[in-house]
Design a protein around this ligand. Structure first.
Ligand SMILES: C[S@@+](CC[C@H](N)C(=O)[O-])C[C@H]1O[C@@H](n2cnc3c(N)ncnc32)[C@H](O)[C@@H]1O
Length: 237
C-alpha cells in the first residue's frame, strides 16, 4: 500500500475509534468500568481483568514511594479508572486525556463526585499523537488494542519522548493461540459490535522503548476470561 493510502487508512480507523467511544462504546465501557449490574458475563470478566491491571499499576507506583511530587500523564484515560485512585493517593498532578470527549468528561465528573482535588487533575480530549509535555510517569493502559504493531511501536517512542522517568504500558499480547482464534473468528464474520482489535508482539514494544533509552524493569500478565493484558514498566536508563 502507498504511504498516502496507509496514512488515510490510519486516519479513517482513528475516526472510527473516536466515533465508537463517543457513542455506543462510551455507553458500553462506562458500564464495564463501573459497579453497574447492567453488564453481561463477558463484560463482567473484562471488568475483573482490567481491575487487576489497574491494581497492579497502583501497587508498583506505591512501592516506588511517595507520589506527592510526581507528575503523571494518563494517556487514553477512559473514565479515569487509573487517574482517580492516583489522585486519591495524593499524586502531584495528573494530566488525563482521551480521544473521546465523552470518556474524558465522564472521568472528570467521577473525579468531582468523588470529591478529589480538581486543582491537581486535568481532564481533556486528545488523541495520543497530539500529546506533548514532560511527565515523571506516563501510563497508557489498554489503549494499544487500537494500534497495529508498527503504529504501536511508533506510539511507544512518542510516549517515551514525554517521559522523564517511568513509562507503564499495557496491551493485549500476540500469542499464536489468540491469533488462531482471531483467524477462526474472521472465517465467520458477523455484525461487528466493536472496533478492530490488534494484539502486539511484546518484543517489538520492548525494542521500541529500548531504542529510546528505556529499560524494562518489570512485567506481568493480567488475565480473566475474555481479558488478557501484558503490563510492562520501563525506566529511563
Ligand atoms: C479499553 S479503554 C481503556 C481506558 C483506560 N486507559 C483504562 O485502562 O481504564 C481504551 C480507551 O482508549 C481510548 N483511545 C482509543 N484510541 C485512542 C487514541 N488514538 N488516543 C487517545 N485515546 C484513545 C478510548 O477512547 C478508550 O477510552
Amino acid at each position: 500500500m502507498a504511504p498516502e493510502e496507509l496514512l488515510e487508512q490510519k486516519q479513517a480507523e482513528k475516526q472510527e475509534v473516536k466515533g465508537y467511544f463517543e457513542t455506543t462504546g462510551f455507553d458500553r465501557w462506562n458500564r464495564i468500568y463501573s459497579d453497574s449490574d447492567d453488564v453481561n458475563k463477558v463484560q463482567r470478566n473484562i471488568r475483573i481483568g482490567h481491575q487487576k491491571t489497574v491494581d497492579e499499576v497502583l501497587s508498583w507506583i506505591k512501592e516506588s514511594g511517595t507520589v506527592s511530587d510526581v507528575s503523571f500523564c494518563d494517556a487514553g484515560c477512559g473514565v479515569g479508572s487509573l487517574s482517580l485512585p492516583l489522585a486519591a493517593m495524593g499524586a502531584g498532578s495528573i494530566n488525563a486525556s482521551d480521544i473521546s470527549e465523552a470518556m474524558a468528561k465522564e472521568a472528570e465528573r467521577r473525579a468531582r463526585d468523588a470529591g478529589l482535588d480538581m486543582a491537581k487533575l486535568n481532564f481533556f480530549a486528545s488523541d495520543l499523537e497530539s500529546l506533548s509535555g514532560s511527565f515523571h510517569t506516563v501510563c497508557c493502559l489498554d489503549v494499544f488494542i487500537h494500534y497495529p504493531q508498527p503504529a504501536a511501536e511508533e506510539m511507544v517512542k512518542h510516549l517515551c519522548g514525554l517521559t522523564e522517568e517511568r513509562l507503564i504500558v499495557s496491551f493485549a499480547p500476540y500469542t499464536p493461540l489468540l491469533a488462531l482464534l482471531k483467524g477462526i473468528g474472521q472465517l465467520f464474520p458477523g455484525p461487528s459490535k466493536t472496533t478492530r482489535a490488534y494484539t502486539l508482539k511484546e518484543d517489538g514494544v520492548v525494542k521500541a522503548a529500548e531504542a529510546c533509552g528505556f529499560k524494562l524493569m518489570r512485567r506481568s500478565l493480567n488475565k480473566a476470561p475474555f481479558y488478557f493484558s501484558r503490563l510492562i514498566e520501563f525506566q529511563k536508563a
